[in-house]
Design a protein around this ligand. Structure first.
Ligand code: BES
Ligand code: MN
Ligand code: ZN
Length: 493
């Protein structure tokens, strides 16, 4: 797994600033105020910081942005990084964004962050950790390339103990986010259904109970809808059940993820352009896995079960065809109009199984389900669909707190009608109009009446083509932070 940055917390000591090696970061308010560390660096460098703060360049520097002073005289550091604090962001977002700005300017060696005057240091370290991600699993190094020198980031603080304690929980969530990103970034020839299941099984070492259901077990359970999707693939379909029991004997909350390790479309084959992006079609399963890892690492005081449906959607002589009718575990029959609408076929059975087996207090499913959600919301927000206002509002609050974009869209009977089939209980597509909503309606047919449920369509947010605040381009880990917070605020209180 991709490692987090090495982070340490040390006692601030004015006399130890001058000999610091590597880079040294200080913070200045938008009004130009420095803390004692800033003042010390300013005096060591004979007023360089103050001259910058008084200049037009400081005024022009965006809030949350940073300026680098290379090889400052009067100090042994290779550079001083001045971060202009943000007034527009509230905490903890402001501290996290400042940390992310540092991650971008951190260079490769050591970084000393002199932050005790202004900022919640643990949140700063969290933002830095989240942004300092790089997926290097498949880059080869030439023999004469030196091993990359990833230095230590040390926060110099009046109260390092407090920050160290606060960071323990945040670090666990960051590790969950990294786990998700590694899974989502992995190519499909590497992350097969079996490799994915094996990775999850390894999490038993963290105190999770992990079960892998193979095709024979799924057949026995009657998951014909899920199994139909994987029939064209050489990789066996699997459902993995992860249980975290950190609460009492109360019923668990359930998370369900779409794990299509590659979505070629099946017989309804996708066009070639962009098909390579469909290695991320297991994004929902990736988020569920990352949340379960975070819960285990931080020993959450809640009962949560995570289920993922792992399949590959390929064209083949044995693949399901358009026009086939399959029977779901629930018992309803589905006419498969388009084999590329496969995610809902997978989720139908996993959702049903989750409710039958665990009688959960609520269910959230995550899926890179529709291209239509990208048309509607772009890459900024995930689509949110729910049958329960209280749960939905709690989730939207958590997402907002974590700066993860989320926007609720409607459900309704008129949309559900679009799924009527001439020969079966329903068909798997509802036509071009409201494509994300009809997909959600399809899922809702597999949610029991009184079970609070949210469906998150993360097709636009799971993996993106440009850098974001807290992630470089590629997999974002969207949702891990919001779901972890939801569980913390709602079930651990
Ligand atoms: N995995 C895709 C959705 C997707 C598209 C995810 C782009 C990420 C980026 C899904 O299985 C799919 O193919 N959906 C179809 C549904 C259609 C056939 C009703 C779509 O959106 O075109
Ligand atoms: Mn598809
Ligand atoms: Zn798909």
């Amino acid at each position: 797994m991709t490692d987090l940055a090495r982070i340490e917390f040390a006692a601030y000591d004015t006399d130890r600033i001058k000999p610091l090696a590597g880079r040294v970061a200080v913070f200045v308010t938008p009004e130009g105020k420095m803390d004692r560390a800033g003042k010390r660096v300013n005096s060591l460098t004979r007023g360089s910081l103050q001259r910058f703060v008084d200049s037009k360049a400081f005024e022009k520097l965006e809030e949350g942005g940073a300026h680098v002073f290379s090889h400052p005289s009067g100090m042994e550091a290779e550079a001083v990084v001045l971060v202009k604090l943000s007034r527009k962001d509230k905490m903890p977002a402001a501290a996290r964004k400042a940390g992310a700005a540092l991650a971008r300017l951190r260079g490769t060696g050591d970084l000393s962050v002199l932050a005790d005057g202004w900022i919640a240091a643990a949140e700063l370290a969290y933002g830095l950790s989240l942004r300092a991600y790089e997926f290097t699993d498949h880059r080869s190094r030439k023999d004469d390339d030196p091993a990359p020198d990833v230095g230590t980031v040390t926060f110099h603080l009046a109260d390092p103990e407090a920050a160290r304690d606060a960071f323990v929980q945040l670090r666990a969530v960051a590790e969950g986010v990294f786990f998700t990103r590694d899974l989502v970034n992995a190519p499909a020839n590497v992350l097969t259904t079996t490799a994915f299941a094996d990775k999850l099984a390894e999490m038993t070492g963290l105190g999770l109970k992990v079960e892998v259901l193979d095709e024979a077990a799924l057949e026995k359970l009657g998951m014909r809808s899920l199994l139909a999707v994987g029939m064209g693939s050489e990789s066996p379909s699997k459902v993995v059940v992860m249980q975290w029991q950190g609460g009492g004997d109360e019923k668990p909350f359930a998370l369900v993820g779409k794990g299509v390790v590659f979505d070629a479309g099946g017989i309804s084959l996708k066009p070639a352009g962009g098909m390579e992006d469909m290695t991320m079609d297991m994004g929902g399963a990736g988020v569920v896995s990352g949340v379960m890892r975070a819960l285990a690492l931080r020993k959450a005081r809640a009962n949560v079960v995570g289920l993922v449906g792992l399949v590959e959607n390929m064209p083949d002589g044995r693949a399901q065809r358009p026009g086939d009718v399959v029977k779901s575990m629930k018992g309803d029959t589905i006419e498969v109009i388009n084999t590329d609408a496969e995610g809902r076929l997978v989720l139908a059975d996993v959702l049903w199984y989750a409710q039958e087996r665990f009688d959960p207090t609520g269910v959230i499913d995550l899926a890179t389900l529709t291209g239509a959600i990208i048309v509607g919301l772009g890459n900024e927000m995930s689509g949110v669909f729910s049958n329960d206002d209280a749960l939905c509002d709690a989730f939207l609050d958590a997402a907002k707190e974590e700066s993860e974009g989320a926007w609720r869209l409607p459900l309704g009977e008129a949309y559900d009608k679009l799924l009527k089939s001439n020969i079966a209980d329903m068909k798997n597509v509802g036509g071009r109009a409201a494509g994300s909503i009809t997909a959600a309606q399809f899922l809702q047919r597999f949610v029991k009446k009184d079970v609070p449920w949210i469906h998150l369509d993360i097709a636009g947010t799971a993996s993106v083509k440009t850098d974001t605040d807290f992630a470089p381009k590629g997999a974002t880990g969207w949702g891990v932070r919001a779901l972890d917070r939801l569980i913390r605020d709602r079930y651990e209180g």
